[in-house]
Design a protein around this ligand. Structure first.
Ligand SMILES: Nc1ncnc2c1ncn2[C@@H]1O[C@H](COP(=O)(O)OP(=O)(O)O)[C@@H](O)[C@H]1O
Ligand SMILES: Cc1ncsc1CCOP(=O)(O)O
Ligand SMILES: [Mg+2]
Length: 268
């Protein structure tokens, strides 16, 4: 958790629901959040920040313009960017924009199983599927493993599928991360906020797959600690921020439940 000494600046073009939750989660983690999306400044800011996140949760045409400017600007400035394809399968507009953003060289795509399945359909098969009705997962992580591997291979990025047991892959290697608690699904925008934490963990360089695994284990572990204190979703949300701030690297190393594997090659 080197980020606590470097305090990376994380630029987030995120949704209205997630803005405050994500900013507080990033502060508790040890990063510095900035939520800005004006078309006239995103390219300049993407180069000032250490990493960028783009989230399509509350899309509109003006925001899409900003996203299409910010992602290439981050890549040109050699900053990693993380894509959160919220509700990617829900509407034709979302499927189209998610497919376009996925082609703009994200370092990591982080979504739930339904979102990763929908994105894979769009990128790999160009089908106008109707997968996913909203922002919550209807599919299991295991059902999205092949889709994640195919997306990672085709787009040369890391794909993280989150859920009860998270699955991450770069197309060749994969990890399953068992940390977490079901109360994490009862507070809105905790997935969106995790996308910011992934950006914070990869902002300093190093191995993107391993640093993404560390981010997911850290986040899930905070969920476990918070659940032990909470009476329900409301107190969980507060305890979760406290737990993010309290977890030390030694605790993470001792309590992370991460299993690595090498994947079989996908048939052509
Ligand atoms: N059933 C579950 N048990 C434990 N952890 C979970 C469960 N569902 C989600 N999580 C955790 O919640 C966080 C957000 O993931 P997820 O709910 O998949 O995102 P989203 O909100 O984008 O759908 C991740 O850290 C994930 O591991
Ligand atoms: C409820 C909602 N509606 C549009 S974006 C959003 C937040 C989704 O957050 P998460 O993907 O973290 O559950
Ligand atoms: Mg989400």
């Amino acid at each position: 958790m080197q980020l606590r000494s470097t305090v990376p600046l994380i630029h987030n073009i995120t949704n209205y629901v997630a803005m405050e939750v994500m900013a507080n989660v990033l502060l508790a983690t040890g990063a510095s959040p900035a939520m800005l999306h004006a078309q006239d400044e995103v390219a300049e800011f993407a180069a000032i920040a250490s990493a960028l996140t783009i989230n399509i949760g509350t899309l509109s045409p003006a925001w899409v313009n900003s996203m299409m400017i910010a992602a290439p600007a981050a890549v040109a400035a050699q900053r990693p960017w993380v894509f959160d394809p919220v509700g990617a399968g829900a509407t034709a507009y979302r499927r189209q924009i998610a497919g376009q953003l996925a082609a703009l060289k994200p370092s990591v795509i982080r979504g739930n199983a339904s979102e990763i399945l929908a994105l894979d359909q769009r990128v790999s098969h160009s089908l106008a599927s109707e997968l996913g009705r909203g922002v919550d997962a209807l599919d299991s992580v295991v059902a999205a493993e092949i889709a994640a591997q195919r997306l990672a291979s085709q787009l040369s990025c890391v794909v993280a599928v989150t859920g009860a047991v998270d699955f991450i892959t770069d197309g060749q290697y994969a990890a399953r991360i068992a940390n977490g608690h079901s109360l994490m699904t009862r507070v809105t925008a905790l997935g969106c906020a995790l996308t910011g934490v992934v950006a914070a963990f990869i902002a300093g360089g190093g191995n993107i797959l391993m640093n993404t695994a560390a981010a997911l284990a850290y986040y899930g572990l905070a969920g476990e600690y918070a659940a032990a204190q909470a009476k329900g979703p409301g107190s969980f949300a507060v305890a979760f921020i406290d737990a993010l701030a309290a977890i030390e690297p030694a605790t993470l190393a001792a309590e992370a439940r991460v299993e690595w594997t090498q994947l079989a090659k996908l048939p052509n």
